[in-house]
Design a protein around this ligand. Structure first.
Ligand code: KG4
Ligand code: ZN
Length: 336
């Protein structure tokens, strides 16, 4: 894998995290993430206008902190990257405007990055051998996708959720159990004290498919909470929910890799921070003789370092993007 070897500043603001990172080659010198969790907690979900406003307030201090932590000043930066798709339009605009303004003022090369390509590249730091081709499970708050990655920029979606994303299933389950927002980490913490065999929950689609469905799980959770009332054991329900999600994700991912004849499996996206999912997929891959890659938890949830890793490979290939790049709320993964 070839990387851009000079200091690169990367920015990510597609959803509710304002993040800036400085990289040199595949080495992450700093990765600052300012979360809006507190802000959105009172509404129980992300309010786009509030997210955009909070990005405006956070962006310059976050960039300053990233440069300071890396020990690089703006004069030392040699390229700039930002997420421009998909995501909340107002949120994306803040990061993209900051990045293109810096690139314009300093005459630096610029790369616009697809958010999911960033997640796919979160495994690239510290790797000895090439991770391509691989089968990547991207599991986040907005996406659950099985992607056959031939190379960076050559990705084929071979499976996806037909309804809710895995992260949404965690978040909605957490809300039903009164565990708050965002739900994934809260469910994991409650589940640590629970019995996953206590409540039987559906796994969605069965049979020979690479797709997922989590809407039945959400309905079953609601019915469970209504039926059990005050008698419900929150740790047991959280453990049962986590077990249902982690087992279907890990079984189907390993099975699809074997079917496609792909020897490497990657687990990325916010839900990849889940310890039970990491443990199960590690075991499945070991059983099937597959190499398993998963970034540290801080590179699973949204962050600018993964955007920088994707940009670094594209810069090293000689790519440069126009500073008039736009933002797109929806966009397919680059396939070619
Ligand atoms: O990738 P991400 O930070 O943002 C999106 O691009 O969506 O993913 C956020 C999702 C949320 O649904 C959150 O509940 C989930 O990742 N998440 C977790 C854990 N940490 C974050 N889910 C399960 N277990 C965790 N430890
Ligand atoms: Zn994400």
């Amino acid at each position: 894998m070839t990387f851009f070897t000079e200091p690169l500043l990367a920015i990510e603001t597609s959803c509710d995290e304002t993040s800036a990172a400085v990289l040199r080659g595949p080495k992450i010198l700093s990765n600052i993430v300012s979360s809006q969790e507190e802000l959105h907690r009172k509404w129980g979900g992300i309010v786009p206008e509030a997210a955009a406003r909070a990005h405006v307030e956070a962006i310059l201090p976050v960039i300053t902190r990233a440069l300071e932590a890396a020990g690089v000043d703006l004069d030392g930066v040699r390229a700039v990257a930002a997420t421009n798709r998909p995501g909340l339009v107002g949120a994306l605009s803040v990061g993209l405007t900051a990045a293109t303004a810096i690139a314009y003022a300093r005459n630096l090369p610029f790369i616009a990055v697809h958010h999911l390509e960033g997640h796919l590249c979160s495994i690239l730091s510290g790797l000895e051998a090439t991770p391509f081709p691989n089968l990547s499970l991207i599991a986040s708050g907005g996406h659950t996708e099985l992607v056959h990655v031939h190379d960076l920029g050559r990705a084929e979606i071979v499976g996806h959720t037909l309804d809710d994303a895995a992260g949404e299933a965690f978040d909605k389950g957490a809300r039903l159990l009164g565990l708050g927002y965002p739900g994934g980490r809260a469910v994991q913490e409650a589940a640590a004290r629970g019995n996953p065999a206590r409540y039987l929950l559906p796994r969605g689609l069965s049979g020979d498919t690479a797709n997922f469905s989590f809407s039945g799980l959400k309905t079953a959770m609601r019915q469970l909470v209504e039926k059990e009332g005050d008698q419900i054991s929150v740790p047991d329900a959280a453990a049962s929910l986590q077990h249902a999600i982690a087992s279907v994700l890990s079984d189907r991912t390993a099975r699809t890799a074997v079917k496609l004849g792909v020897g490497t499996v990657c687990l990325v996206g916010g839900v990849a921070a889940n310890l039970e999912l990491r443990r199960r997929l590690t075991a499945e891959c070991a059983r099937e003789g597959l190499r398993f890659l998963c970034p540290p938890a801080e590179l699973c949830t949204d962050n600018a370092a993964m955007i920088g890793l994707a940009a670094s490979v594209r810069l090293a290939r000689g790519e440069r993007h126009d500073l008039r790049a736009d933002v797109y709320p929806n966009a397919d993964l680059p396939e070619g």
